[in-house]
Structures are given as structure tokens and as C-alpha cells.
Design a protein around this ligand. Sequence first.
Ligand code: ATP
Ligand code: MG
Length: 449
Amino acid sequence: MKRHALDNASPRVLTRPEHCLSRKRISPNALKVLYRLHRAGYLAYLVGGGVRDLLLGRDPKDFDIGTNARPEEVRRLFKNSRIIGRRFRLVHVFFRGEVVEVSTFRASPEPPEGPDDWKEGELEDREADAPDEPGPKAVREDNTYGTPEEDAWRRDLTINALFYDVSDFSIIDWVNGLEDLERGTIRMVGSPEKRFEEDPVRMMRALEYGVRMGFELEPETNAAIHACHALIAEAVPARLTYELMESLRSGYAAGIWEQWDRYGLLGKAFPELDLDCDRILPLLSCVDARVSGGARVADATTIAVLFLPEFSRLLAEMTSDGQRLANAEFLDRLRAMLEPATAHMMVSNQSFHQMYHGLFALTKMRRPPDRGRQVLKLTRHESFPVAWSLFEIGTEAGLLSGEARDAWSRAVDQVRKGPEGKAPEIVVDPVKRTRRRRRRRPRRREATS
Ligand code: ATP
Ligand code: MG
């Protein structure tokens, strides 16, 4: 049943027996929020990726909720909540180990200004009432908030615009998302070109979800990305960084980056990064394997991975002809390599610090450790977890020499298994040294008298 909204049509609705989305798969905290909103008389829908993933039988990353309650009303219902965001305000409800995001249905199809319009609090956490826009708040917000139908139509992909209504457990589809979900199709809500002009980051998202879901782009969306790809250069850097980080955490980074590169988005989105895909993609595949295996890979590690090809060139250049590495000069060059791109990407100082020292530690790991003290110093540095992951990823991908890997693994193992708080005795493999012959001092002539 194909319906077009905004022409007084009604949505396609699947009643509980007609779909497979079970409440048991929704987090108890998100359910609590949904029920409390519902009992207070508001509409309470599970929205976005949560519905999409549950219908596909996958585990959602998080659960977002849509409602007709205004942020202040939501705030009043949940003591453990906070209003965030500047232009468009939403509410974070805090539980142990989980944050449930509640947003009021929104009419505005305009592009977000910055990261805090979509994912408030992740890149930047601001209080709600920052005086950034003139005019009374109520007037501004009356134009912003909308009906569920409008809210569905301002979303990016049809498969991301489905609602699950907790009042009767039905699925509500205003944009034909169910059909696309069944067929495995990535389609923009509305006219793709218009939606990309409003917000070019949607091009990256369309390709990203195509890879993550294993879905095909429908021809109009595909053609529009080819036509509009250059617009990505105009997107706000913080939002690009957000999508970049999401891709790196997804377990599908290599596939996503390949697509971004193929459509000409990658170089235009991150011109300050030296992105040679032939060298980056094998590294990203190693990151993906870890993420898919359930390992938590720190953001500082994944961002530093992007610099590994440049780092290895720098290392080769500075040690060519058997030259000894001058630490101070290397650190200067390393900083110069990292600073412009990380500033543009709004990398936090803490992550920068870990990347910088983590990469520098790799220069020490080119050769087997020769002293226990060297191992202890390196492993006790706060950047060591980043350094070690980079070492493993870089050697696995064949970008860094793995010559010393076994020796370092053994040494690091000894530290890990050693007694806590005490300096363990590290036994390092004997390193062949060319023994310098001691020059004998001329014997003092003994006094004879
Ligand atoms: P996941 O969390 O698994 O990455 P998601 O679909 O939940 O997937 P989010 O980035 O969390 O993605 O965004 C939540 C929802 O907000 C999306 O499902 C989509 O409906 C909407 N959305 C996000 N970004 C945009 C955008 N740039 N334009 C329009 N709608 C968007
Ligand atoms: Mg989500």
C-alpha cells in the first residue's frame, strides 16, 4: 500500500500481529520512558535506528524516543533528565550505563547548524538556554515542533523514519520505509537532491547505511550523490567528524570509506587528512575486525590510525641511510603533521595527547626492547593502550614492521601478569651488542721506593 504523506493521506500501519518487533528487545530503560510518557497522556514512539534495527532482527546501538511532549514537559516527568541543545532542544534521560534521548516531534526540514542539533552532548555538551538566537523561545519553538507526520518527513532515509507506537505496539510508516526495508533499499525521504542541498552530510549517511545494512542505493539517490558530492565541502566540520567517528566505531569502516571515496566525498570532506585509500583501507579492516569481535577501540586509536601511513613515511624519511632518530626533531614533525587536521576535526586535547605520544611510542617499538626499564617506562605511560593498539593494527596491516612484535608481546605480557603496583622483573631477550673493547689504562708504575 503506497501512500504519500502531506497530501492528507494516512500512514501505513502494521498492527502488533503484523510485524516482528518485540518489546523484549527494547531496553527496559527506553520502555520505562515510553510508558511514562504514554501514561502522562503524550504520544510516545520509538523512532529512528532503533525501529529499523529491531525490524531487521539486529541489536540497536541506542534507543531514541519521539513525543509530542515539549522538552520542559519531558524534563518534569523525569528527575534523572537534562535538557540539552541550543536551537533544537531535546532531553537526555540518564540511567546507569544508558542515556535515552527524547525529542519532541519536529517540523523543520532545515539542515542542522552544528552537531548539537542532532547529537547534542556527544561532541559538545551545552546547556539548553544558551542565548544564541534572538526572539522569544516560545515563538521560535512553535515553528520548530511539528506533528509525527512532519517529523517522519524531515528524517533522512525512509528506513530511518519508522515509528513504533507504545500505546498499541503498532508500526507507523509515513514514508514507505517498510517496503524499502523489505527490499533492502536506501532511499532518501523526499527529493534526494533537495535533501542533500539542505544538508550535504546526508550523502555520507546514505552511503554509510547502505554498507552497514548491506542495502542498495535506489537510482535517484545514487544519481543525486554523484551530482551533489562537491557540496560536502560546505558541511560543518563538527558534523563531518561526527559521521567519521560513527563510521570508525561501526565495524564497517573499510566498506564505508571505500564508498565515500568512490563517490568523491572523502577527499572533499577531509581535505586536511592525507587519505590514500590503498593504505588506509587495510588498516580500517583491522579496526573493523576488532570492533566486530567485540573489542572496544578507543577513539584516539582510530583517529591515530588515519595518520599511520603518513607517520610511517615520516619515520622512513627520518631514519633513511641508517640515520639515528633525533627525538626532538621527530616530535616537532609529528606535531606539525597532526595539528592542522586534528584541530579541524575538533579532536579533544586529551585524545590529541594520546595520539601524539602513542605514535611516538611506535618509534621505540621498531626494535625489540633491550632493557626491562624501557618496557616499564613505555607501558606505564598513559598513551600506552593507544600505542599498543596502533602497533598491533599497523603490523597486522603490514604497514609497520612486525620484526619486534613477538619480543614486545612477551615483554608486555610480563608487565600485565606481574604483581600490581610493583615493578616486575622484565626479562628481555638478549640483544646482541657489539662489545666495545675497553681501552686499558696504562698501568701505573708502582712505586719502588
Ligand atoms: P545508528 O544510531 O545505528 O547509527 P540511527 O538511525 O539511530 O542509527 P542517528 O545518527 O542516531 O542514526 O540518528 C537518529 C535519527 O535521526 C536517524 O534515524 C534519522 O531519522 C535522524 N537523522 C539523523 N541525522 C539526520 C540528518 N542529517 N538529516 C535528517 N535526519 C537525520
Ligand atoms: Mg541512533
